[in-house]
Design a protein around this ligand. Structure first.
Ligand code: FEO
Ligand code: CA
Ligand code: CA
Length: 688
């Protein structure tokens, strides 16, 4: 189902190798900066401003930061958003209770100044914070449960509403301490949850696609919407996202496939399965074609047997207005349907809005959307439909360091798909099946593209520099150039072609304009160990990982080792802050971490470890406060694995042992995902 056409392009790692090989051949280029992201910025190495002492590798069950810095837990799973609520008890939480509390497994974070301003304000100390809740790890819910078979339907509904988004007011006091500002009651302020049951409106190219229409009808029968023209399917699998210049929040639906099951085959599913396009789409996303055992735990509305097209309700970018709870969230279907990691905005030079997104699955693509209309800085809400209409593109990386944004249109996709069993009927079909269109047209399959972040100026205008974090590719690849351009030891098994450590790419849009259809690209960093004595290292689970950051003897980074870059953000000095997901599976001596390096400079980029998370977590949502005096991160799934990388899931159901983390409450407390604020003890600028 997921095979690629014969003329599909080389995967990303082949191109990296080709690029680096070319650099080696032309020699002199090796002495030049890998990047020059900032116009007029002097080359400097080590990076300017990053004076903190690197945090040593640690497996401590806490958040570890450099001397001179302190941390506080701002909000954690289950904390109330409203006054007069009882303390959270993870053993008894219900759907009604969870709907009033901070959700589980926080991911993307975004701070909106309490009073909207454009250009963006830097001096405010009160914010609306939007937070994604990506998923729920079954082994980390309901302490006391001895088997997943014992989960009740009511408990499952509570788990479902632990997903989605939280909007919560937060503020910093005169001492630099941050706190949550609860509202008196739901509907009496701006604090709220958007869950997989919240009414949403489908908007844009695929709003009336036949799958969406069929899915909507089926869904609302089982779970009626209280809002006209809306579907009560809310949003789920909310990974990263973005903010718009007009003060709305974009949440990206990623691994939605895991919520669906197929309990039985029947006439409706047989009709769907007779549709080649439906089969291609299901195969690409991994939505189940038959899974009666899983269906026993699935709420009926997620059963494909009852609503074969229900998966079409997810995989979108969803726009939420944190300042206006009366505005129904919009599913922006013109941005395409994928396992979206993020939705990063930058303004083109002419005022159109550009949204970048990675599709975080092995050998999927990097996308960007360019709006038809232009941003109006004078009237905030006039911009709220800018993401309705525009052109979706997928990135094609060429071996010579150039690249093209391929415009995904039905004409182009059908021209590329001669003889394809499922031609595209119209623009809506391309939007909902953009993966297929991109693949057929020759976009470049990537090593799990996660965050895609553009550098913008103080008026949100993109400067053309964009970083793409590729977490990893665990697939063993046949030997081919640059897989992924890491040195191998003599005698290495040539089949060791996986990219376990990941890498970061840099795109430079033509003319420094984010709406350009051409770009140049280069390698920003190959993750790994700059001090490794061997290019291949044994992983904690007795596998092998390529950890050399060099190519032909030239390192791409120096300093602290790291792996599996996931979410990234820039500070005002254009340093890049990188959170990792899965690094302990490569380097067994350190929990997932936050790394930082400069985007300017010469030669290998000095990488510094700024923060290490607690046991078993991944780190998401790195966010710098507008005045640079606080750094926020989301600690996701503490306790999901132990320090040896063994999943807690198996341990819990087999032995009943307690989780390997008690973050953030300590002692014998049940672990909770949490937002952590890092500040300097002297109140100064982070990193400086
Ligand atoms: Fe949800 Fe791609 O990480
Ligand atoms: Ca992620
Ligand atoms: Ca991740």
């Amino acid at each position: 189902m997921n095979s690629k056409p014969a003329d599909a392009p080389e995967p990303m790692h082949a191109l990296i190798d080709a690029r680096l090989s070319r650099r080696g051949i032309i020699g002199g280029l090796a002495a030049l900066p890998l990047l020059s992201l900032a116009e007029g910025q002097a080359a400097a190495s080590p990076p300017g401003g990053l004076t903190f002492a690197s945090v040593p590798a640690t497996q401590a069950d806490t958040v570890t930061v450099p001397p001179g810095y302190r941390t506080q837990t701002l909000i954690a799973w289950g904390d109330p958003l409203f006054e007069n609520m009882t303390p959270f008890d993870p053993a008894t939480v219900t759907r009604a209770d969870q709907e009033l509390r901070f959700g589980q497994n926080n991911d993307m974070l975004a701070l909106f100044p309490a009073v909207f301003a454009f250009p963006p304000a830097t001096g405010q100390t009160s914010f609306l914070m939007c937070v994604n809740h990506e998923y729920v790890e079954p082994s980390l819910v309901y302490p006391g449960l001895r088997s997943l078979r014992d989960v009740t339907p009511d408990q499952m509904e509570a788990v479902i509403v632990a997903h989605g988004v939280t909007v919560v007011r937060v503020a910093r006091d005169a001492q630099g301490v941050w706190g949550v500002q609860r509202d008196a009651a739901p509907g009496e302020g701006l604090n709220r949850r958007i869950t997989p049951n919240t009414p949403v409106i489908f908007d844009g190219a695929a709003a009336n696609h036949r799958w969406v229409s069929a899915a909507t009808a089926g869904w609302n029968v089982a779970n009626p919407s209280a809002v006209a023209d809306a579907v009560a399917c809310g949003t789920i699998a909310n990974c990263a996202g973005g903010q718009t210049p007009w003060g709305t929040y974009l949440t990206a639906e990623e691994n939605f496939d895991g919520y669906f099951s197929l309990s039985a085959l029947g006439p409706e599913t047989e009709t769907a399965q007779a549709d080649a396009a439906w089969m291609w789409s299901s195969g690409s996303f991994g939505t189940p074609l038959f899974s009666p055992a899983r269906a026993r735990l699935t709420p009926p509305r997620f059963d494909v047997a009852k609503n074969p097209y229900a998966p079409a309700l997810y995989g979108w970018i969803v726009e939420i207005d944190p300042y206006d709870p009366t505005w129904t969230p919009r599913k922006r279907t013109s941005l395409g349907r994928a396992k979206h990691e993020c939705a990063t905005t930058a303004l083109a030079k002419d005022g159109r809005v550009v949204v970048y997104s990675g599709d975080d699955q092995i050998n999927e693509f990097v996308y960007k959307f360019v709006s038809r209309g232009k941003f109006n800085p004078a009237e905030r809400t006039a911009n709220r439909d800018l993401l309705s209409e525009g052109q979706l593109y997928a990135a094609k990386f060429n071996a010579d360091g150039t690249g093209t944004w391929l415009a995904l249109t039905p004409e182009a996709a059908n021209a590329a798909a001669t003889g394809y069993t499922a031609p595209f009927t119209d623009v809506s079909d391309v939007a909902i099946r953009c993966r297929e269109a991109a693949r057929l047209m020759g976009a470049t399959p990537m090593d799990r593209p996660e965050d895609v972040e553009a550098i913008v100026d103080s008026n949100w205008i993109g400067r053309g520099a964009v970083l793409v974090a590729c977490t990893n590719n665990r697939n063993e690849q046949p030997p081919r150039p640059g897989n992924p351009a890491r040195e191998k030891a003599p005698g290495d098994d040539p089949a060791q072609g996986s990219n376990l450590a990941g890498h970061i790419l840099k795109i430079e849009e033509a003319g420094g304009d984010c709406a350009a259809v051409r770009f140049r690209w280069d390698v920003f960093a190959l993750a790994g160990d700059p001090n490794a004595t061997s290019p291949v290292a044994e992983t904690p689970n007795a596998g092998l990982a390529h950890v050399s950051v060099k190519h032909r003897g030239r390192p791409t980074i120096s300093g602290d080792r790291f792996a599996c870059p996931d979410n990234i953000c820039f500070d005002a000095q254009q340093n890049v802050w990188i959170s990792t997901d899965g690094a302990p599976a490569v380097f067994g001596d350190c929990n997932d971490a936050v790394m930082v390096t400069s985007t300017s400079g010469v030669g290998p980029r000095a990488m510094k470890r700024f923060l290490v998370g607690p046991v078993g977590c991944e780190i998401c949502g790195p966010t710098m406060a507008p005045d640079q005096k606080a750094f926020l991160v989301a600690i996701q799934h503490p306790g999901e694995a132990d320090t040896r990388g063994t999943s807690y899931s198996d341990l819990r159901w087999r032995t009943g042992a307690p989780p390997p983390s008690s973050f953030p409450d300590g002692g014998t407390a049940w672990p909770r995902s949490a937002v952590v604020v890092v500040t300097r003890t002297d109140g100064g600028v982070i990193g400086a």
